[in-house]
Structures are given as structure tokens and as C-alpha cells.
Design a protein around this ligand. Structure first.
Ligand code: ZN
Length: 185
């Protein structure tokens, strides 16, 4: 289990508390490849609140936040300054963008050292943005992710869950992680 997913082990944790407790992790900025940068930008474009004239500035901050590992507060602070974004929504967006970026960084790193398979690990905390009043889609996603626990998949392909190919940490609200399979490659 990665440090990131360990943060979500308590079902009582809320995104803001989680951000405060994020440990400083040694991080190699070169892991943020061109592919990772493009993915961060694509994911940011999908968030309506970020569609402002300040998008490029926010993207630069997001990049710095991911590249420096453990610097989520940089992005969260900038998001809170946007009109209409609450503290909890800023934390939610920050965690989501970091989770997706970390998932891709993990996959690229695994591939670069010849690891082709991984095992899906469900954290036990619901894969939902709002577990207190989940939408039908969130309930479906959580069910699919919990039943994926322990399943082996090809890292470049992912797992077909809830009708789409995906990886741990990529969907909004997902707290799953992965374990690399070191043999049978
Ligand atoms: Zn999940």
C-alpha cells in the first residue's frame, strides 16, 4: 500500500484533515514525464471550476505541487482562492489530481523497470467522493472496486470495472492502490 492510500484508512477522515497529515516524501521530479504532464492538464480541463482565465497559472502550480511530492498544499491554497470553490472542494480536487498523477507515475515507473502486472488493492474505505450520501454511480463504482480486490491485471491495460478500463487511484473518489507482481512477467 502506498503512502497515499494509507492516508485514507480511516473512514472518518475528511479531505482537509487528510491534506494536513500528508507526510513529506522524497520524490524524484523527473518522474513527472511529458505523459504525466499531459494527463494532469487533461484531468484539469475536465473540472469545470478550473475553466478560468487563470488555468495556465493553476496548471503550473499543479505541476509544481505534483513534481515536488508532498506539496499538495500549494495547489489546495491556489484553488481556495478561486471564487466558488470551498475549502473542502479545493481539497477534494487536489487529492483527485494528485491521485490520478501518482497512479500514472507508478505505472510508468513499473513499466520502466520491466514490471508488467500488478494486483488491485481495495483500501476498505469506500471509493466515493461523498460516502455519506453517495450517488448511484458512486455505489456502483465502489462495488466494482471492492470486488476487484486481489485481482491481477496488465499494467498497460488496467482492469475493466464498471464498464471502463481503469487503474487504482484514477477514478474520482478512488482510494485503491496496487501491488506490483514481480514474477510471471
Ligand atoms: Zn477504488
Amino acid at each position: 500500500m502506498s503512502w497515499f492510500s494509507r492516508l485514507f484508512r480511516s473512514p472518518k477522515s475528511n479531505p482537509q484533515d487528510t491534506l494536513k497529515s500528508i507526510p513529506i516524501v522524497k520524490f524524484d521530479p523527473s518522474l513527472v514525464t511529458t505523459t504525466v504532464k499531459a494527463d494532469i492538464k487533461k484531468n484539469m480541463r475536465l473540472i469545470p471550476e478550473l475553466n478560468t482565465s487563470n488555468f495556465n497559472r493553476l496548471y503550473d502550480i499543479a505541476l509544481e505541487s505534483v513534481s515536488r511530492g508532498g506539496k499538495q498544499h500549494l495547489l489546495c491554497k491556489a484553488l481556495k482562492e478561486i471564487e466558488g470553490i470551498s475549502s473542502s472542494r479545493a481539497a477534494e480536487i487536489t487529492l483527485s489530481l494528485h491521485s490520478k498523477a501518482n497512479s500514472l507515475i507508478d505505472r510508468e515507473r513499473s513499466k520502466s523497470i520491466g514490471i508488467k502486472h500488478a494486483v488491485w488493492m481495495y483500501s476498505g474505505v469506500p471509493c466515493m467522493l461523498n460516502p455519506k450520501s453517495p450517488t448511484k454511480a458512486e455505489l456502483r463504482q465502489d462495488k466494482a472496486h471492492s470486488s476487484a480486490n486481489g485481482k491481477r491485471y496488465k499494467i498497460d491495460k488496467g482492469l475493466l470495472l464498471d464498464g471502463k478500463w481503469t487503474w487504482p487511484g484514477v477514478e474520482d473518489g478512488c482510494k485503491c492502490s496496487s501491488r506490483a507482481v514481480l514474477s510471471e512477467n
